[in-house]
Design a binder for this molecule. Structure first.
Ligand SMILES: Nc1ncnc2c1ncn2[C@@H]1O[C@H](COP(=O)(O)OP(=O)(O)O)[C@@H](O)[C@H]1O
Ligand SMILES: Nc1ccn([C@@H]2O[C@H](COP(=O)(O)O)[C@@H](O)[C@H]2O)c(=O)n1
Length: 211
């Protein structure tokens, strides 16, 4: 049985506020929202030792298992549950366990390159880009990586200049052209409230279509 779902892709640079927006939407709309972090679809790198996993370019499109993510979103739209991978930023690898995700009225796919791959984008009803200046994003990222992810400041800076910034300019920022909505700064109250209103309106339409 197909599940009528409203699918939203939220993209934007590291530290832009994508996760904050997606969490705010889930908190406001509730159980009807399933959040699918793109990070969970980083390729399994169990075949590489830790020192090689540390050096992977995690901001290049090739770092993600796009087919699996598109298959999972398509399965949810067919009304089937999926076994979503989980990611461990400390190990630079997938966790052994998966999380069962059930079909739902609203699906939010959120991550740096959510709007990059056309097969995935074709499944989205609404494309959102969170636009935040690079200086604000790097400050947020340093805070998160050093405090939450236990990384050294020097490593965060090297990674930012070596891969994060150039990949942002080459691959992430250009996906803004696919956006229906651009949200400034992340948790922009007015923009997020409008997004939540749109989701409620779509859910009402789904309910009326089923009645
Ligand atoms: N408009 C905002 N003003 C201040 N801080 C914000 C705003 N939006 C998001 N943040 C904060 O910025 C940090 C990074 O946001 P996050 O959503 O994790 O970014 P992303 O998922 O895009 O990497 C978080 O601590 C979040 O609470
Ligand atoms: N092992 C990894 C995997 C990813 N990253 C970085 O995460 C960023 C994406 O997540 P956001 O919440 O910031 O959007 C991306 O820029 C990768 O560089 C990492 O550092 N280590």
């Amino acid at each position: 049985m197909t599940q009528p779902s409203f699918v939203i892709g939220i993209a934007g640079g590291t530290g832009a506020g994508k996760t904050a927006v997606a969490r705010e939407v889930k908190d406001a709309v509730g159980e009807a929202v399933t959040r699918i972090p793109l990070d969970n679809y980083y390729r399994d790198l169990s075949h590489l030792p830790m020192d090689e996993r540390e050096d992977v370019n995690y901001d290049h499109p090739s770092a993600f298992e796009w087919d699996l993510l598109a298959d999972h979103v398509a399965a949810l739209l067919r009304g089937e549950s999926v076994e979503m991978p989980q990611y461990d930023f400390t190990a630079h690898n997938r966790k052994p366990e998966r999380l069962t995700v059930e079909p739902s009225a609203v699906i939010v796919v959120e991550g740096i390159l959510s709007l990059y791959e056309s097969d995935l984008r074709d499944l989205f009803d609404l494309c959102v880009y969170v636009q935040t200046d690079a200086d604000v994003r790097i400050l947020r990222r340093i805070q998160r990586d050093v405090i939450d992810r236990g990384r050294e400041l020097e490593g965060v800076m090297d990674q930012y200049l070596g891969t994060v910034k150039p990949m942002h300019e080459q691959f992430i920022e250009p996906t803004k052209k696919h956006a229906d909505i651009i949200i400034p700064e992340g948790l922009n109250r007015s923009a997020v409230d409008l997004l939540i209103k749109k989701i409620h309106a779509e859910m009402r339409e789904q309910e009326e279509a089923l009645a």
